[in-house]
Design a binder for this molecule. Structure first.
Ligand SMILES: [Zn+2]
Length: 335
């Protein structure tokens, strides 16, 4: 598994004590090095505006490029260096999916800043450019026909959903905590126009964890992605559904995250092993680091010891959401 990264990503600081801090990536790298997994690392270079324009409006790009220092939203700040680093983060995702396509193998884009809350003309939730959407669109323009985006971040990827809402060539499946930021991701929203049925939202109540996510994987994600038959699977990997995470209250353990990721890896055998993980959220650095290291290790045949394994959801707390989503989605998919 190739890792894509640039040291510049550690130079972006929102504000002091902001949860989306450089310490997140530094923690991941330290953990990967500890387990001998910091190898096959490709430094992405050359973030360029044309690529951003695949998804984003010129006016919005210009605002980030030329705006200097300002608050994009209450918790998302723009600095003079933000544009260049965010454009490089998008390029990192593009490089990772292109590598995966060429080599028919998995890749991991250690993207920072993250992207799934950014829409075509807005940024929010620590996101500026939608890395995964730019990469997906690039693949489709390059000859692929269908891309599946699976988003297990605890927050709904409103930007990704919004960008592809009326499209039948991008399947978007999000599992997230119900009722928290950004407030979107209703189970009853399945896309619009030609894209109807190609947005699948599975919003879970507080406390949902491993058993809920794994049930969603087997009952919804696996059958729907298999029937969609994508050319590649892209994953918005946020680990903020972890029980240690300070920004939300799901109860996934590191074991649950690893099992979920392994399920997606198995699923990618249906698309010539083309799977790319994109780093999104995850704000407890030790949990984030061990989850990422365990997933990279799974590809490289290295079993990393897991410290945060207390599964808090033995009884599938989110089963009602899975049932309801299944009823809605069965209009479009065999479930
Ligand atoms: Zn998140």
């Amino acid at each position: 598994m190739a890792l894509f990264f640039n040291e510049e990503f550690c130079r972006h600081v929102q504000t002091s004590f902001h949860p989306e801090s450089p310490e997140r990536l530094k923690g991941i790298i330290q953990k990967l090095k500890l387990h001998g997994l910091w190898s096959d690392v490709v430094s992405s270079t050359g973030g360029c505006e044309d690529r951003l324009k695949l998804i984003h409006d010129e006016e919005y790009i210009g605002l980030l490029r030329d705006g200097g220092n300002f608050n994009l939203t209450m918790d998302t700040f723009v600095h003079p260096e933000t544009y260049e680093i965010a454009a490089l983060s998008a390029k990192c995702g593009v490089d990772a999916v292109e590598h995966s396509k060429k080599e028919e193998s998995a890749s991991f884009a250690l993207t920072r800043p993250p992207g799934h809350h950014a829409g075509s003309d807005y940024g929010m939730g620590f996101c500026y450019f939608n890395n995964i959407a730019i990469a997906a669109e690039g693949l489709l323009r390059g000859g692929d026909h269908r891309i599946a985006i699976v988003d297990p971040d605890v927050h709904h990827g409103n930007g990704t959903e919004h960008i592809f809402t009326d499209r039948a060539d991008v399947l978007y499946i999000s599992t997230h905590q119900m009722g928290i930021f950004p407030g979107t991701g209703s189970v009853d929203f399945l896309g619009t126009g030609e894209g109807e049925g190609f947005t699948i939202n599975i919003p879970f109540p507080s406390g949902s964890g491993d058993s809920t996510y794994l049930a969603a994987l087997s009952r919804l994600v696996v059958p729907i992605v298999s029937q969609f038959d994508p050319d590649a699977i892209l994953v918005s990997l946020g680990t903020d559904g972890h029980y240690r995470d300070p920004l939300a209250s799901l109860s996934l353990s590191s074991v649950g995250y690893l099992e979920y990721a392994k399920g997606l890896i198995t699923l990618s055998e249906g698309c010539r092993k083309r799977i790319t993980f994109f780093l999104e959220g995850g704000y407890d650095v030790p949990a984030l680091s061990e989850v990422v290291a365990s997933i990279v290790g799974a590809f490289k045949g290295v079993e990393t010891p897991l410290e945060f394994t207390d599964a808090g959801d033995d009884e599938c707390v989110g089963m009602a959401a899975i049932e309801r989503c299944s009823r809605n989605a069965s209009k479009y998919w065999r479930l």
